[in-house]
Design a protein around this ligand. Structure first.
Ligand SMILES: Cc1ncc(COP(=O)(O)O)c(C=O)c1O
Length: 441
């Protein structure tokens, strides 16, 4: 069973998050329901900021793709972090919620003209250039506005991190960025230097996601600092930023042990300083972009259990118990995308012994198994299932498959629950549909 530090089981056997009884939350707000613990989010942001800044000047940008709503933007703003956005929609959300544009880092491997113009219009602090096509267009658009835009180069360091193949991005064979090895990254720097409306401030890489320790980041320090030193000699000036992206992993299962943020900082920073000195590369400000590490463990999804079905199977123990929930791959596509595994508890019977092996199934027209073979007290229709570690890449990846309305999000803190995203209605589901006149007859 996985219970986080910010959670507890009350005397009457209910799971509490942020001082709120989760069964009561399910009754008040309905299910499926994403529950986000504000204190856990803030504590994590502070841990990132202080662990690194105690050792080295570091800008922490929260990677908004992990979980973004306007309320979340307010938290990032109040905690003094920067914000990584990777689309017009993420940028719009940030601006709408009053986030200071100079603290935005604008990513994306295929930014449209509209997105580039939007970034310029809002004066984003840093724009991370991914390819030559973007470089030329951005220079032209900035010129037309009489602006000079600060940019970083998204580099491919050629490192293959040990994580699921679909969340690896630092290896050579990737759609992201400019390869250092092929010379493209150096060529991008030359072209930016020759572009009157762009100002190169640094280099960036992102290796992959859910990495359990600092091994890949240490490899990245070697490659990126060596490149930075070469680049600075080439262009005959120092660059002010070295951004190593996000990627630190979290606990999805009780036996998983990702290193703490403090241990991670304690490995990366001394290595960074030593490598910078070895190459005479100066002291660029370090940039990091944690997403999952900040929000994943702060999030729990509550579902209501419906049909419980026992089927015969040929292998031991000869039967499987399917426990069907009122959500599935539309609110959490990660098991289908990455074979992601999750831990869960019965929120309203959390102190009962988990003596029955069951399989949790979604309600979609796919075999959307959320969790295979998990031990729980035998679930009954009407019980509330709490799936842990759903704060990252769940709400942000949700869909309307089977025309299911997307869940609400509540933010809990010290016994108070605030709705920060309302549940979609069936009317929302058809709101953008249009019937052409010729089909009306
Ligand atoms: C450029 C960039 N930065 C940061 C992140 C955040 O990664 P994570 O959530 O693993 O920390 C991602 C994830 O895809 C990314 O592409």
């Amino acid at each position: 069973m996985l219970i986080f530090e910010h959670q507890r089981i009350s005397a009457n056997g209910r799971l509490e998050i942020g001082g709120c009884d989760t069964a009561a939350l399910a009754a008040e707000f309905g299910t499926p329901l994403y529950v986000m613990d504000e204190t856990a989010i803030r504590n994590r942001m502070r841990a990132w900021h202080s662990a690194f800044n105690a050792l080295y000047p570091t800008g922490i940008a929260y990677a908004s793709k992990a979980f973004l709503t306007t309320a979340m933007v307010r938290i990032v703003e109040q905690e003094g972090l920067n914000l990584d956005v990777a689309s017009g929609g993420e940028l719009y959300t940030a601006v709408k919620a009053g986030f200071p544009a100079d603290r935005l880092v604008f990513h994306g491997n295929n930014k449209s003209d509209d997105e580039l113009e939007m970034g310029l219009r809002h004066n984003v602090g840093r724009l991370v250039i991914d390819n030559f096509h973007e470089l030329e267009r951005l220079n032209a658009f900035a010129g037309a506005r009489g602006m000079k835009q600060g940019v970083l180069i998204r580099c491919t360091p050629g490192i293959d991190p040990h994580t699921h193949r679909l969340i690896r991005t630092g290896q050579e064979d990737t759609k992201f960025g400019f390869s250092i090895k092929s010379g493209d990254a150096a060529e991008a720097a030359r072209r930016i230097e020759a572009s009157p409306n762009l100002e190169l401030t640094g280099i960036h890489c992102h290796l992959g996601s859910n990495l359990m320790d600092a091994t890949s980041h240490l490899d990245a320090v070697d490659v990126m600092v060596a490149f930075l030193a070469r680049l600075q000699r080439d262009i005959n000036r120092t660059l002010s930023e070295l951004d190593l992206g996000g990627g630190l992993g979290v606990r999805y299962l009780p036996d998983q042990r990702p290193v703490s943020v403090e241990t991670f900082a304690g490995s990366v920073v001394p290595n960074l300083i030593e490598t910078l000195d070895k190459h005479g590369a100066g002291r660029p400000r370090l940039g990091l972009e944690p997403g999952r590490s900040i929000v994943a463990e702060a999030g729990t999804t509550l579902y209501t259990i419906g049909a419980v079905k026992e089927v015969a199977i040929p292998s031991a123990p000869g039967k499987r118990i399917y426990v069907n929930i009122d959500g599935g791959m539309s609110d959490n596509p990660r098991p289908q995308l990455y074979e992601a595994r999750y831990s869960a508890i019965l929120a309203n019977r959390a102190n009962e012994s988990p003596d029955t092996q069951v399989t949790i199934a979604g309600k979609h027209c796919e075999t959307d198994i959320l969790i295979s073979n998990i031990d729980l007290p035998l679930p009954r229709p009407g019980d509330i299932l709490a799936v842990q570690t759903t704060g990252a890449y769940n709400h942000s990846m949700a869909s309307n498959y089977n025309r299911l309305a997307r869940p609400a999000v509540v933010l809990v803190r010290e016994g108070t629950a605030d709705l920060i995203v309302r549940r979609e209605t069936l009317e929302d589901i058809v709101a953008r549909d249009i019937i052409p006149d010729r089909l009306r007859a």
